[in-house]
Ligand binder design. Structure first.
Ligand SMILES: CC(C)(COP(=O)(O)OP(=O)(O)OC[C@H]1O[C@@H](n2cnc3c(N)ncnc32)[C@H](O)[C@@H]1OP(=O)(O)O)[C@@H](O)C(=O)NCCC(=O)NCCS
Length: 173
C-alpha cells in the first residue's frame, strides 16, 4: 500500500473531485451499500460530493482522502455533531476503498486516520452504521467498535428487496 492519506481542505477539493466521483461510482457499481443504487451516473456522484463540500464549508464534515499519485483510491468522512450536548461525538461516514486496492490495509489505515482526526477535534465518541453482513463489520469490530444494534429492512433495492443495517460505536482512548 503506497497511498498517501490526508485531510482535504477547501482549496484542494476541486483537484480531488473527479477522483472522488469515480471512487463513489466504483463502490456503488460493485455492490456497496453507500446510499445509492447501481448504476450510479457520474453526474449524480458529482452532485453528492458537492453536498459534502457544503458540509466542509460549514465545518460539519472533515474529508480524508487516500491518493496514489494523483489517483483517488480511498476516502472516509467524519461528520461532526453540532448539537450543544454532542460536541464530543462524530459519525464516521462513507469509508470506501477502490475495488482495485482492497484487501491491502487501506481501509484500516483510513479508519486510523479518521481516529487521529477525531481525537484532534475532541470527538472521542464515534458512531457509524454499515449493511449487516458486509466486510465493514469485520473491520470495525477488529478496530475496537462495539455492535450497538441491528435494524432489519433498513435499506431497499430497486427490486424491492431489503437489507438490515448494523450500528456501531467506539470510544477513543
Ligand atoms: C470496507 C472496505 C472499506 C475495507 O477496505 P480494505 O482496504 O479492503 O480493508 P483492509 O484491507 O484494511 O482490511 C481491513 C479488515 O477488513 C476485513 N476484510 C477486508 N476485506 C475482507 C474480505 N474480502 N473478507 C473478509 N474480511 C475482509 C478484515 O477484517 C481485514 O482485516 P485483516 O486484513 O487484518 O484480516 C472496502 O471493502 C470497501 O470500500 N467496501 C465498500 C464500501 C463499504 O461497504 N464501506 C463500509 C460501510 S460504509
Amino acid at each position: 500500500m503506497s497511498a498517501r492519506i490526508r485531510v482535504v481542505n477547501l482549496d484542494q477539493f476541486a483537484e480531488v473531485l473527479p477522483g472522488l466521483a469515480a471512487l463513489l461510482v466504483d463502490a456503488v457499481d460493485s455492490g456497496a451499500s453507500v446510499g445509492f443504487w447501481a448504476p450510479l451516473a457520474n453526474n449524480d456522484a458529482l452532485l453528492y460530493w458537492r453536498e459534502v463540500l457544503q458540509g466542509m464549508v460549514h465545518e460539519d464534515i472533515v474529508l480524508i482522502v487516500a491518493q496514489d499519485g494523483r489517483e483517488v483510491v480511498g476516502s472516509v468522512q467524519l461528520r461532526l455533531s453540532r448539537r450543544q450536548n454532542g460536541k464530543h461525538r462524530a459519525e464516521v461516514q462513507k469509508l470506501m476503498v477502490h475495488t482495485s486496492r482492497r484487501g491491502h490495509g487501506l481501509g484500516r489505515a483510513l479508519l486510523s486516520a479518521v481516529h487521529v482526526e477525531a481525537t484532534y477535534r475532541g470527538r472521542r465518541l464515534l458512531v457509524l452504521d454499515t449493511r449487516t453482513g458486509d466486510t465493514g463489520e469485520k473491520l470495525y469490530e477488529s478496530m475496537g467498535y462495539t455492535r450497538a444494534a441491528q435494524i432489519p429492512n433498513y435499506t431497499v433495492e430497486p427490486d424491492g428487496s431489503t437489507h438490515g443495517t448494523t450500528f456501531f460505536y467506539h470510544v477513543l482512548p
